[in-house]
Ligand binder design. Structure first.
Ligand SMILES: *Cc1c(COP(=O)(O)O)cnc(C)c1O
Length: 399
């Protein structure tokens, strides 16, 4: 069975399309419903709810996709980052360099261990951390760097790995949005000491709730991660250190195993959808009004988000107009982490992050889920052109 004949027939008549959701998880889940119900039924019968063969199967599959020797299930992407930092021994006072333009969990894990997030600005085209701005932030307290592979595209890992080697720092990759992404043929999650994945429903491999995974090529780190994710317990009821309770449910793993078979196809469809958006936007003359995301040559982009920039303070107004035309969109992320109330204590020490602040004002993510139809994408682009106050025809005449 291929994903094509799994597809739910939805919105295929051109003229009838009057909406496009940001994400419709139902379209991906529905074709797998029977298969999933069957496994869930088995799990109910066996009563093996935590760990077990379904989790093992998913761990093996994620290790393969991520080109690593080990993969360890845990309860969420946020826990994965926390566990990774615990495993490399982040302690109070330690500094960890990470972007401010990311989801909260990247930095909250550092804070939770008493460490200090040191925010680095982003490179405007990729939205990923700017490798040229890392070294000036390194002090004798710096222990690690967390590159986030944002929106499905890897951060520029070669220079990051060079810097880490030179200054003896560990790299924890935040791969929550980038399962299956590559940088020069190396998979996300295989380049640093540990890779952290999320199965939150909006991610490229999304479950029916929370779930996460850690990847590593280091057997000692793999053992330590397993230990820490299970209360530091070895053997049962003997605690060699203080870990946390962060395990992957068998039911989540079973759901994810069913979807894992199609991960390559999901990624391929996201990529095709991105290519189609680019084409439609160029044809509509939108390239002079918004900036259209592209793939860096070294990168295998998996397009968790298709994020355009709308400059000149017009983003929120355009988003509002899209909403009125039933086009879903989202701002990832409106408030950079260095401007969050809970990190106010870091403000005086954080250097200027102009690209991060500009991105927070300009970004808008459009629907790119695998099952979105061509007609819906056309509708999104038409509405975007309308919202920007320039019909496609007018633009073509001018441009
Ligand atoms: C989603 C996400 C996380 C956290 O994952 P959860 O499974 O939601 O805890 C961490 N980092 C980034 C960049 C994310 O997008």
């Amino acid at each position: 069975m291929t994903i094509q004949n799994l597809r739910v027939n939805h919105g295929t008549e051109t003229s009838s399309v009057t909406s496009a959701p940001l994400l419709d998880v139902g379209r991906g889940n529905l074709p797998l419903k029977e298969e999933i119900m069957e496994v869930v039924s088995d799990i109910i019968d066996t009563g093996w709810f935590i760990g077990g063969p379904h989790v093992k199967q998913l761990e093996d599959a994620v290790a393969e996709v991520s080109q690593t020797q080990f993969a360890i299930g845990c309860a969420s992407g946020s826990d994965a980052i926390l566990l990774a930092l615990m495993a490399i021994g982040i302690e109070p006072g330690d500094e960890v360099i990470c972007p401010s333009f990311t989801f909260f969990a990247t930095a909250s894990a550092i804070h939770r261990l008493g460490g200090k997030p040191v925010f680095v600005d982003i490179e405007p085209k990729s939205f990923n951390l700017d490798v040229h701005k890392i070294e000036s932030l390194i002090t004798e307290k710096t222990k690690a760097i967390i590159p986030v592979h944002l929106f499905g595209q890897c951060a520029d890992m070669d220079p990051i790995m060079d810097i880490a080697r030179k200054h003896d720092l560990r790299i924890i990759e935040d791969c929550a949005q980038s399962i299956g992404a590559t940088d020069s043929d190396r998979a996300a999650g295989s380049m640093g000491a540990i890779g952290c994945f999320s199965f939150y429903p909006t991610k490229n491999l999304g479950g029916f709730g929370d779930g996460g995974m850690l990847t590593t090529n280091d057997p000692a780190l793999a053992d330590r991660l397993r230990l820490l994710a299970n209360h530091g317990m070895q053997p049962r009821y003997y605690h060699v250190e203080v870990g946390i309770n962060s395990r992957l449910d068998a039911i989540q793993a079973a759901v994810l195993n069913a979807k894992m078979q199609y991960l390559r196809e999901y990624s391929e469809q996201r990529k095709q959808n991105a290519t189609r958006y680019r084409k439609l936007m160029l044809e509509s003359g939108l390239s002079s009004l918004v900036s259209i995301p592209s793939t860096l040559p070294r990168c295998g982009h998996v397009w968790n988000q298709f994020t355009i920039r709308i400059p000149n303070g017009r983003r929120d107004e355009v988003r509002q107009q899209l909403a009125e035309m039933n086009v879903g969109s989202e701002v990832y992320y409106p408030v950079p982490l260095h401007q969050q109330e809970c990190f106010a204590y870091l403000r005086d020490e954080t250097g200027p992050l102009p690209e991060t602040e500009r991105a927070a004002q300009e970004v808008l993510s459009l629907p790119i889920f695998p099952e979105i139809t061509e007609q819906e994408q056309r509708y999104v682009v038409d509405c975007l052109a309308k919202a920007l106050g320039a019909s496609a025809v007018q633009l073509r005449m001018v441009g």
